[in-house]
Design a protein around this ligand. Structure first.
Ligand SMILES: Cc1cc2nc3c(=O)[nH]c(=O)nc-3n(C[C@H](O)[C@H](O)[C@H](O)COP(=O)(O)OP(=O)(O)OC[C@H]3O[C@@H](n4cnc5c(N)ncnc54)[C@H](O)[C@@H]3O)c2cc1C
Length: 272
């Protein structure tokens, strides 16, 4: 073992950085493992962030890391590869591709490793994710207010997101990419607020500043932005490997204090 820490934090996104700040300020010895870019790395600006509205996600992270400098916090830019329960604490192996890293031991583990968005396999969608294709109207509704927008989704989530996005823009269409699973009431909701329904399967997406949706029947729809709510999976398999309980949506279950089902392991952020 290299060195003992009070806490090893796995993940240096907003949750991990905030936790590090609080624990550093509480005089704890912390190892923060930064395994890579945050979930919104593709976006050019983060909104709804107190004092930093519109800041680029990479700048936000750099500022967060800078805030940690006064404290007893070691930051390693390597992912955690393995974790084991040992002697009432935990051993964590962190290793980069070049072979740097090693084992660290800690009394407590805090996972803040985030989630990964599972995007639909529509050609052209992934490249535009975070740029002209968004997932959250509270994050990207304002920059797209009054734009011509689409929502991609076939059932309850599509209906919900369409109602939501419609609060920012007059012209919103719901694209179900094939037969929809909407209820009669949901269709009525959409009609009431003038959201047309496109049920044709989508062949591909193109467009530089906007989003052009090409349907398989040869028709196309020109939009200025598209919203969708993809399913998410855990970034890291380590919480599950350590026995932490996950719920039906693959989120790590925590109690009201943020502790997982495994004593000594905590989790915070999107992953919960
Ligand atoms: C396109 C897009 C745009 C968004 N825009 C906004 C916005 O404008 N405003 C807003 O408030 N929210 C926005 N969000 C949501 C926001 O990105 C997340 O809510 C936020 O990033 C969650 O923070 P987190 O710390 O829980 O996880 P993350 O930010 O995902 O951070 C988790 C970190 O853990 C790291 N990690 C994973 N596995 C390991 C491992 N084994 N070892 C070490 N590190 C590991 C990851 O690389 C990552 O850096 C957006 C999301 C997306 C997808």
């Amino acid at each position: 073992m290299n060195r003992d820490y009070d806490v090893v934090i796995i993940g240096a996104g907003p949750a991990g950085l905030t936790a590090a700040l609080a624990l550093g300020g509480a005089g704890r010895r912390v190892l923060l493992l930064d395994g890579g870019p945050p979930r919104n790395a593709r976006a050019t600006a983060a909104h709804n962030v107190f004092t930093r509205d519109g800041c680029a996600p990479t700048d936000l992270k750099a500022l967060g890391l800078r805030d940690l400098e006064p404290y007893d916090i070691t930051v390693r830019h390597t992912p955690a590869r393995e974790a084991r329960a040992v002697d009432g604490g935990f051993a964590i192996r962190h290793e980069d591709a070049g072979g740097g890293g090693g084992w660290a031991r800690a009394r407590r583990l805090l996972f803040a490793s985030g989630v990964r968005d599972r995007l639909p396999h529509i050609p052209g969608l992934r490249e535009r994710w975070g740029l002209t294709i968004h997932h959250c109207s509270y994050c990207d509704g304002w920059p797209n207010r009054d734009a011509k927008l689409g929502v991609l989704g076939s059932h309850q989530e599509g209906h919900h997101l369409a109602l939501n996005v419609r609060a920012w823009a007059e012209e919103v269409s719901l694209l179900t990419d094939g037969p929809d699973e909407l209820t009669h009431e949901q269709r009525e909701d959409l009609q009431r607020i003038d959201v047309p329904l496109y049920t044709q399967p989508v062949a591909r997406i193109s467009g530089k500043d906007g989003v052009t949706v090409h349907f398989r029947n040869g028709k196309r729809l020109d939009l200025e932005g598209l919203f969708l709510n993809p399913t998410q999976v855990q970034n890291s398999g380590l919480p599950a490997a350590l026995g932490c309980e996950l719920d039906a949506k693959s989120r790590v279950t925590v109690n009201e204090n943020g502790m997982t089902s495994v004593r000594g392991i905590w989790a915070a952020g999107d992953m919960t």
